[in-house]
Design a protein around this ligand. Structure first.
Ligand SMILES: [Ca+2]
Ligand SMILES: [Ca+2]
Ligand SMILES: [Ca+2]
Ligand SMILES: [Ca+2]
Length: 542
């Protein structure tokens, strides 16, 4: 039972914790207000940052074939259900136990493919898979309604000669209805960026894909490729891509917005979101044959968190064309891509150390608005040519990123004969998915750190993943009454002092400071021995 004052109570109070104590008549009750997320946002005040815990590396494929260029997706309706696939050998797998064990998907209905796989689950548990057909590179869209066990053929483009399709899901511009969108490069149209969307109304209920919409400005010399697509909170859709100049760079990363999503309006004029020194074929020591592009990626915050509506752009840049010192950057926009923030460097190894970070992927947790980024990283490679996988998270809307964590247990290399002979290196991209405070990078690994790559170490890649958990700092637990005492436990940090304050109402600007404790790194109690009929409590740290 909430009293009329509760709405006002739900006003966020940065930098402290709020608790309302109500004691009335015969029934005594406590209305507790635990702002765990607010605590994270106010972590500067409280002196505690979220941490990331990396789980055991899992070898998804365990195959003698070469496995590289991955996609991974988590089912928001059942987060123990994951899907992963890769281009080099088209291993296509699903998991029902949170990524610990993996089964083969049946994709025979989709026909023969040359890969360029990408997958996404929607909120109805629909799993969409896009890939290129072996015959003429049509974009094939598969649908699984059973978590990845079997796929049916949902759609195939009329256009041929396509490249690098992506798929994404979200709401539509019609209330209560979802949408699924694909984008790809149509090379019969000289590098046009095409997008097509369909309404989704339930599990297995997917409408007809719209005709191919061309992103204006993309054709001929300004053709785009290596892009991404994302759906915003009101069903609006954005594509990103970089110019295909076939060179080391410099280059531009472009965007077009379809403001009404599945509505009749098309994509607007293209605009440059950022310049980069990474061209569409940039040579780095770790990926010398396949080369890399900037791997532009998009995420849009549709959560109810504090950064709802924020749009994120991920890309790779370097200090100058031909520099091996590639870095990963994120910019954000609060106005549908009209303006972008300054770039924030995601990798946290020393600036200017010459080491390559490449093939980044970004994913947004729609339960919180947190964004994760993972990437191959040569920071620990003396020759800047062997890789680990590193990752990090931003909990503050892309303003900063947590200290990076190493996700891969071993060190991999594309310079070994088995991989160099393919000229495919690590492929063109990696996978990442993020839901409910847990994210899963997916990458090509030939370290054999798990001991179950049948090709042994430093031979053919297997596809690996690991569960990475975001741990929010617990700073206040177990608020409780004991006789005439009110108590709350606080996780303290050395160097801070914690004060319990109370006030008779939230509109009263005068808070009475009660007891305090000096932080010692342990859980400590703050006590008010003068419980009144109604009090509002907060804990300050300074
Ligand atoms: Ca590819
Ligand atoms: Ca539209
Ligand atoms: Ca670097
Ligand atoms: Ca393998």
């Amino acid at each position: 039972m909430l009293t009329p004052g509760i709405d006002r109570l739900l006003t966020r109070l940065p930098g402290h914790l709020g608790i309302r104590w109500v004691r009335s008549g015969k029934s005594r009750r406590v209305c507790l207000w635990l702002l765990c997320l607010a605590l994270t946002w106010s972590s500067v005040t409280l002196g505690a940052l979220p941490t990331l815990t990396v789980g055991t590396n899992v070898n998804i494929t365990k195959s003698t074939a070469n496995n590289a260029e991955e996609t991974i997706a988590i089912n928001p309706k059942n987060p123990l259900n994951l899907f992963a696939s890769e281009t080099a050998s088209l291993a296509t797998k699903y998991s029902l136990d949170g990524g610990l064990t993996w089964n083969n998907c049946n994709v025979t209905a989709l026909g023969a493919s040359i890969g360029d796989v990408a997958g996404a689950f929607d909120d109805y548990s629909n799993l969409f898979l896009v890939e290129l057909s072996s015959s003429s590179f049509h974009v094939v869209v598969g649908l699984s309604t059973n978590g990845g066990a079997t796929f049916s053929l949902l759609y195939q483009t009329a256009s041929s000669g396509n490249d690098q399709p992506s798929v994404t899901v979200g709401p539509s511009s019609t209330s209560g209805q979802g949408s699924v969108w694909i984008t790809y490069t149509d090379n019969t149209g000289s590098g046009r960026i095409n997008a097509q969307g369909a309404a989704v109304t339930g599990l297995g209920h997917v409408g007809t894909f719209s005709a191919a919409q061309i992103a204006p400005g993309t054709s001929g010399a300004n053709g785009g490729d290596y892009g991404d697509i994302v759906v915003g909170p009101s069903g609006q859709v954005m594509v990103t891509y970089q110019s295909v100049n076939g060179s080391e760079g410099p280059d531009d990363i472009w965007i077009n917005l379809d403001a009404d999503g599945l509505g009749a309006g098309g994509f607007g004029t293209q605009s440059i979101a950022t310049a980069t020194h990474v061209g569409s074929f940039s040579t780095i020591p770790a990926q010398p044959k396949r080369k890399i592009d900037a791997e532009a990626g998009l995420a849009w915050d549709r959560s109810s968190g504090p950064y709802h509506g924020r749009l994120y752009l991920l890309y790779t840049d370097r200090p100058s064309t031909n520099s091996p010192d590639t870095d990963i950057y994120v910019r954000y926009s609060t106005n549908n891509g009209t303006n972008w923030s300054s770039p924030v460097r995601v990798n946290d190894d020393p600036i200017g150390n010459g080491k390559s970070q490449f093939l980044p992927k970004m994913a947004l947790d729609q339960t919180s608005g947190f964004i994760a980024v993972s990437f191959y990283d040569c920071r620990n490679s003396a020759g800047n040519n062997t890789t680990e996988v590193w990752a990090t998270v931003s909990t503050n809307g892309g303003v900063s990123f947590l200290p990076n964590v190493k996700v891969s247990a071993g060190v991999s290399s594309a310079l070994v004969s088995a991989i160099a002979g393919t000229s495919f290196d690590y492929g063109d991209y990696t996978g990442l998915t993020f839901y409910g405070g847990v994210f899963y990078p997916c990458w090509a690994d030939n370290s054999n750190s798990t001991g179950n790559n049948p090709s042994g170490a430093l031979s053919n890649f297997d596809m690996y993943t690991a569960r990475v958990t975001v741990n929010l700092p617990v700073v206040m637990v177990n608020p409780r009454r004991s006789g005439k005492n009110f108590l709350v436990s606080v996780q303290t940090t050395v160097g801070k002092t914690y004060y319990l304050q109370s006030a008779p109402s939230l509109t009263n600007p005068f808070w009475t400071t009660g007891t305090n404790v000096v932080g010692n790194g342990l859980l400590q109690d703050l006590v008010d021995t003068n419980l009144a009929t109604q009090k509002f409590y907060r804990v300050l740290a300074q």
